[in-house]
Design a protein around this ligand. Sequence first.
Ligand SMILES: [Zn+2]
Length: 57
Amino acid sequence: MVKKYCPKCKCYSYSAFSEGKWICPICGNDITNRIVLALEENDQDKENSFVLAWEDS
Ligand SMILES: [Zn+2]
């Protein structure tokens, strides 16, 4: 799992993959080009909260 920070809604979103199109699931902002962050231990409890639904390519 990795995460990215969305500067628009100031939230992190999570995904199993770091590549590909990444749209913030909360506000819809395109954060594809944001830096991929490693998941921290205390993120585990959020794992199911904001898992991305990948867009069909
Ligand atoms: Zn957002």
